[in-house]
Design a protein around this ligand. Sequence first.
Ligand code: MN
Length: 492
Amino acid sequence: MLESAKRVAEKKDWIKGATGDWEIILGLEVHAQVLAKSKLFSGASAEFGGEPNDHVSLVDAAMPGMLPVINEFCVEQAVRTGLGLKAQINKRSVFDRKNYFYPDLPQGYQISQYKQPVVGEGSVHVDVDGRSVEVGIERLHLEQDAGKSLHDQHPSMSFVDLNRSGCALMEIVSKPDMRSADEAKAYVTKLRQIMRYLDTCDGNMEQGSLRADVNVSVRRPGAEFGTRCEIKNVNSIRFMGQAIEYEARRQIGILEDGGTIDQETRLFDARKGETRSMRSKEEAHDYRYFPDPDLLPLEIEDAFIGHIKATLPELPDEKIARFIKDYGLSAYDAQVLTSERASADFFEQVAKGRDGKAAANWVINELFGRLNKEGKSVETTPVSAAQLGEIVDLIAAGTISGKIAKDVFEIVWTEGGSPALIVETRGMKQVTDTGAIEKAVDEIIAANPDKVEQVKAKPTMLGWFVGQVMKTTGGKANPQAVSDLLKAKLGI
Ligand code: MN
């Protein structure tokens, strides 16, 4: 594994200060809510929303004498995520109490893992501007979420909603391996993608099921690490980028003025686009961590890990490599198609037994383009993989031109139906009858003597003639036949 401090940012990512260049060092702590029906130590529903305090068991409310019972499925999800991060699975891990006071934490401590987490070192591969960056994972541990304090509902009162209290979180801690806001954004995007492939977290940042705390420090390129500040709970990837840029500039400003950075926890104010101090950073010993006496150490058997390993889906990196190799796709297209598991599956249904590149073009340019425009997804697409495949077949067989195919796509999108039948009943078949094409070609040549002179000197003008013939035939002429015939007639 990469020795974190040694990696120096690309020169283009250096920040110019008044006294020279600076490098940003970033490490992330991502809290990902485990996709599970019930909470980490109770049977209450872990579903988002609901009436306040509807999903609260006596354990979640910390009633005296209640005992936590580990939810095996949550452990399975953490191990699955660990395997997806190519990480070490620790067969023995320990739950600790992290002690602090807050109104939304009725126990007075959070059950978390400290020295012995369930998942150890791993790595995540990200592509940033065509560059490959390996981000080291330090650990992944399981812990409970806290409830929510609501202060803004009423001017003079605060409320506590414990629905989220006790939900299982995976805290994924990276090594300080990122060197720019773009790398951090790519990393969170990739983590989210991997967990969505694995079905271990829905990655919904708006609902808070994925939250990132960002550790930011700056240094002279290649020098020792500087003092870091932690920006808490950034709830969108875009805001994270803004928070990093702002915080790095703030620290550079202080250092260049001869000041020092205070290690502290800061909040990002999305409205003002700035970070501000929340509290001075607490150290681990402030929390008085100790093993929770209510819970035994977590022991995981090889068979448990083996079973999860055997059911892992193909992950994004492997899928991209296979799409490039098997379907002859560009890396870019392969990346677009695999961004979600459902879109990759959809593409494969269209591509099966067909030309991969043609299928990719139709899925990406026509279908995805249209879905985005209408706020739909492959789950709600009105054009099925079978219908899109049929359109690709009609083009490949020369029955319709690419241009007419777009009209067919439009009809299928709005009205549904079989593309082949639509082409047949609406007279959209491509004209391959040379007699009809020849007539159109002759007319265009006769009507444009000046252009005929020009094309003889400049053969690239042929496209204009092809376009004209396609126009007069309502797009139904076979473009190849038109081009061949034009070349013969014009003697080029
Ligand atoms: Mn945490």
